[in-house]
Ligand binder design. Structure first.
Ligand code: GLN
Ligand code: ZN
Length: 763
């Protein structure tokens, strides 16, 4: 009775971000294409060897990429948007990167979030598409692993249906009819890929169809059935592992009957449903269950005893020799190894597991399944001790946090008066003109800002000198904002790299990793903070910066905070307690910050919630709970202020028609939303539902370096004013300006103010 370990995908970045540097050096012209390929190959082989050394039996190949796996799929199958040229051969690297990054003549392909996690893929465009197999990359990488290392790998292929569903046609997701029409044209190419793999001796492929977790109606299964039947019939020599992840299967019974030899299920992020399906309906005796038992998008060590109990149950539910143990999803989404975290508290380190440590856990569990726990007793014991040490540590048992949490039971988190009353006192206190004008918070992070921060971090600039520099920058921008004619000013967020890190540094319970990089998109890595303990407020976070800025001007300066859910969504969050609990701890801490800002004389406080929508669960039935938790934690944070203190919030996405009720429920006095890229849509959403509070629909797109003209901005404002009363409307760009050059930001803001003045004159 043999259980084997299998992996789904390995991080690309490299332990020291070698891959990122490789890509960027190529873009900068420091390497030619052959040099690029030589290094890329070395990295691929290193990653494969590492997985083998860690005890992985079935190793994925072709999961590597030179940018993104969806881009790889579309270039392999010739689905290249026409603006990049016509191709009848494998693309050069330059042509490949043109699609991802754009050229001076062709805008880059769109990028969007990969399901509900913080990875972004290139969106295929299926307009006038002519599929042709330009490159059997799966064969190339299969052969490379075999020849160079003797590894009989498992090529990872994005399945045809998910590939089509992830793309667009005429800017819209494909309809079922469009999928049905395109699929038969695509399948012969998949068949060819599989035939060539079979001829090269491959046994297994991993066919990723993550969209299967979003299927609810039986009819939606048709394209998958058609595809898998076609592949199985044409290439019976290749065995298919049909891989799903990120949630459970609603159509479990039908999916496990599809003509494949193994089914990959997620037993971590499935709300317990996949296991329940197995218990209720059984699992086909002729198929392998590829069980995703290790969390592939968080950084925590598994409780090996608990996992082993699951493995034992899965053994009873599957036929002998028909169980594989896997991470629940590709390890692409976690950092590579904890061994470079040299400065971390050992108690925390004991609870961490990045990709390599997860593969090690998998091999221990596999050994335990095959040879009994005693074969890995030492590893299991050490795991137990380390987890207990972390759970019992002061980090996770903060009495002050327990006391604060107790107030959640007794307190209602509502503003004192309803909006209609509050807004009167706010107007009386703030005395803002009609169409008040502001920005979203950040100003350009110039090379000087970044250089000073880097010098300060390295210890080459004293705290004092750095503080002085931040003050100078804020002072300069307060002047600029006054000169521009803005009404509500901001300090500029020069002290922050992003929206979370700075807060993590000031609250307890956060750990900033040294090397915990994960790929966000292309060569871009992020290092999400690790929330490992109870979150407590120990000192003011933003008060000094806001108070300093306010001291320089008579205009109101907005305080600027990141809301709890956004902090959660952009961090690795402890998994020993429910997420909502951590979220509320953050909210309780930020509530104190809000009150301290108010006490210090700040009259407007903006609490940004840009990640609310992107974190929505994959299945609609889980939305409400998620949104309710978001509203609750936002209100814990903001409800303590006086009636005449104005609460703002900001969100950066435009398609929010389906969560408009949530936006209203936040009860913020003013909301600013990114809209300039889909103005019409947003406005019609308001036409339908109305909005009773104040609102700023971004009047120009900050994501582009192009400076919008005055008439263009005027038109955007006019359009909004057709559905929103001028007395409710704010004028602002649609997001923060930190990525813009100073000259661009100033020119655009100048035009925005000019447009406002033109409209004010007509009112
Ligand atoms: N206040 C933040 C900024 O201006 C908001 C950023 C965001 O919405 N992502 O940068
Ligand atoms: Zn934004």
């Amino acid at each position: 009775m043999t259980v084997i370990s299998s992996n789904l995908g390995y991080p690309r970045l490299g332990e020291h971000r070698e891959w990122k540097h490789l890509l960027e050096h190529f873009w900068q012209g420091k390497l030619d294409e052959p040099e690029f390929h030589a290094t890329a190959k070395r990295l691929r082989l290193t990653n494969l060897k590492k997985q083998r050394d860690l005890g992985t039996n079935l190793i994925p190949v072709a999961d590597n990429s030179d940018y993104d796996h969806v881009l790889d799929t579309l270039v392999a199958f010739g689905a290249i948007p026409a603006r990049f040229g016509r191709f009848d051969h494998r693309l050069s690297l330059t042509d490949y990167y043109a699609i991802a990054r754009g050229t001076k003549d062709a805008v880059a392909a769109e990028m969007t979030k990969w399901f509900n996690i913080n990875y972004h893929y290139i969106v295929p465009e299926f307009d006038n598409v002519h599929f042709q197999l330009l490159d059997n990359r799966w064969l190339r990488y299969y052969q490379e692993a075999k020849t160079e290392l003797g590894i009989d790998g498992k090529p990872v292929i994005l399945g045809p249906v998910s590939f089509l569903k992830l793309g667009k046609r005429a800017g819209q997701p494909l309809t079922a009819a469009e999928i049905a029409a395109l699929l038969p044209r695509l399948l012969p190419l998949y068949v060819q890929v599989l035939q060539e793999l079979a001829a090269a001796g491959a046994h297994w492929i991993q066919l990723d169809e993550p969209t299967l977790v979003q299927i609810t109606r039986p009819a939606e299964l048709e394209p998958y059935t058609e595809a898998l039947t076609a592949l199985h019939t044409a290439v019976p020599a290749i065995k298919i592992e049909l891989q799903t992840y990120f949630d459970s299967l609603d159509r479990y019974e039908q999916i496990v009957d599809l003509p494949v030899q193994a089914i990959g299920l997620d037993f971590v992020h499935d709300h317990g449903e996949n296991l329940q399906h197995l218990r209720d309906y059984g699992f086909p005796a002729d198929k392998i269950l590829a069980a995703g038992i290790i969390d592939g998008h968080n950084v925590w060590a598994s409780d090996l005893h608990a996992k082993f109990a699951l493995v034992q149950e899965l053994q009873t539910l599957t036929a002998p020799d028909h169980l594989w143990l896997q991470p629940a999803n590709s390890l692409l989404h976690v950092p590579i190894t904890t061994r470079n975290e040299t400065k971390v508290d050992p108690v925390l380190l004991g609870g961490l597991a990045f990709a390599d440590e997860k593969l090690r856990e998998l091999s221990w569990l596999t050994t335990a399944a095959n040879d009994g726990v005693q074969a890995v007793q030492a590893a299991f014991d050490a795991n137990q001790t380390k987890l207990a040490a972390l759970n019992q540590s002061a980090h996770r048992n903060n009495p002050a946090v327990r006391a604060a949490e107790a107030t959640l039971k007794t307190q209602r988190f509502e503003r004192q008066a309803p909006f209609a009353t509050r807004i009167q006192s706010q107007h009386a206190r703030l005395k803002l003109p009609l169409l008040p004008t502001t920005t979203i918070g950040s100003f350009p992070q110039s090379p000087t800002v970044r250089a000073k921060r880097a010098a300060w971090r390295k210890g080459n600039l004293s705290d004092r000198a750095y503080q002085d520099f931040l003050h100078t920058e804020t002072k300069r921008w307060i002047k600029l904002q006054e000169q521009l004619g803005l009404d509500v000013l901001v300090h500029g967020e020069f002290e922050r790299t992003d929206m979370v890190e700075y807060f993590g540094q000031k609250l307890t319970g956060f750990y900033a990793t040294q090397n915990g990089w994960v790929q966000s998109y292309g060569s871009r890595g992020v290092r999400p903070p690790v929330i490992f303990g109870d979150v407590a407020y120990t000192e003011p976070i933003t008060v000094a910066a806001s108070v300093y800025a306010q001291s320089l001007t008579k205009h109101p300066v907005k305080g600027m905070l990141t809301a709890p859910l956004t902090i959660i969504n952009w961090s690795f969050v402890r998994d020993d307690v429910p997420k909502a609990r951590v979220q509320n701890q953050i909210a309780l801490a930020l509530r104190q910050e809000v009150l301290n800002l108010e006490k210090a004389g700040i009259r407007i406080i903006q609490v940004d919630e840009p990640a609310l929508r992107e974190g929505l669960p994959l299945k609609r039935r889980h939305w409400q709970a998620y949104l309710d938790e978001a509203v609750y934690s936002f209100k814990i944070t903001t409800s303590g202020v006086r009636n005449d203190t104005q609460i703002h919030t900001h969100m950066c996405y435009s398609n929010f028609g389906d969560i408009i009720a949530t936006i209203k429920a936040l009860d913020a006095d003013v909301i600013s939303i990114e809209t300039s890229r889909s103005h019409g849509e947003m406005i019609s959403a308001f036409e339908q539902t109305g909005y009773d509070k104040e609102i700023g629909l971004g009047v120009y797109d900050i994501h582009s370096p192009r400076v919008p003209s005055v008439p263009e901005i005027e038109a955007n404002i006019q359009r909004a004013l057709r559905v929103i009363d001028a007395r409710q409307f704010w004028i602002n760009p649609d997001c923060g300006l930190k990525t813009r050059h100073e000259a661009e930001a100033l020119a655009a803001l100048q035009n925005m103010v000019a447009a406002r003045d033109a409209i004010r004159a007509q009112l």
